[in-house]
Design a protein around this ligand. Sequence first.
Ligand SMILES: *Cc1c(COP(=O)(O)O)cnc(C)c1O
Length: 404
Amino acid sequence: MIYKKDKLTIEGFDVSFLGKKYKTPIYCYSLKKIKDNIENLKRNFKKIDPLICYAVKANSNLNILKEIKKQNLGADVVSLGELMKALKAGIKPKKIVFSGVGKTEAEIEYAISKNILLINAESKSEILEIEKIAKIKKKNVDIGIRLNPNTDAKTLNQISTGKKENKFGVNQKIFLQLIDYLKKSKYLNLKCLSVHIGSQILSHKPYQSMLKVIDKILKKTNHKFEYIDLGGGMGIDYNHNNSKIDLKKYYKDIEKFLKKNNYKIIFEPGRSIVGNSAILITKIIYIKQGYKKDFVILDAAMNDLMRPALYGANHKIIPTKKVRNNKNKNYEFVGPICESTDTFSTVRKYQKLNEKDFLVICDVGAYGTSLASNYNVRPKPIEILIKGSKIQIISKRQKISELM
Ligand SMILES: *Cc1c(COP(=O)(O)O)cnc(C)c1O
């Protein structure tokens, strides 16, 4: 996104033009950004040739999945629906891993029938369930066990998953017991140790600690794992101040880890692939005076973009027409929904805005539409994908009649 003569453009398209043409709110993606992000991951980890399984929950739009598939990525899924969608996008079963603490019998049956790469189990009960189904189907099933490494990812509490108080994975003691149990299993092959310590991680240090824990536990067992699945979580620069994770440092730590051990590495990145690939174009409905600030009431709301309400996450909001001086307004950007949490951010010294102006909420490609709802009987927004000089509608705006 760049300003040309003070007008905001995305991949050469004038954002206000898009706003007028497609009506707001609009999720607008750049295919170039998605490809660049994938390229960047591949380049940084080239020497270890990892299997990159895109975390479908970050954005499950079928057309986005198809584009990601074209870049030869696999998928990390967490539900039957996501698994079916990944397969529908053409992703090979042998590149799909299935995570999650509560996989149902139906989900496990389907995953087994499709011969996916790995079911990453998160408890003894789940392992027993997979084993029971494998036995009935007379199939050998490859599984992983998710370790809870008790590592602080130093991210928002709501998206931290690798601390001992979190529901995810099993602790080291149980992990070792499960290895012993699985040695005797006729139907399950334990192929993978998996972890995922959280999301929007901005330093390589938590990963470094996590790798140390994995190293330690591997020393306590002679079991030969084939894969180490390091999960996702690589953070992006939401604040636009160069605070994204240094992948080179993360790579160095993994390289060091692999010197002592020889495994195929799996990654499950979601946010780092699609996060900065989309903007949410919105229009100001009203501006009203409040206490010490003015409320800018947008036509996009928490049902369209839930992250601020759900996690207190911050997304930059930028004007589509830049004004050079006149930057003395204190604004709170809010949606029209009847909840006080339907607010995006409060900004000081912002340029003066006018009703009916278009604005852009940045970096909404991950956990944007995938978390959207119809709250307040609001239809879900249109999604468009810029592919070079073309624009593809990748999801139509819902009609209110569909919600009756
Ligand atoms: C959510 C999730 C991911 C993706 O996390 P990002 O922060 O989007 O990279 C990967 N693995 C598992 C198990 C997850 O639950």
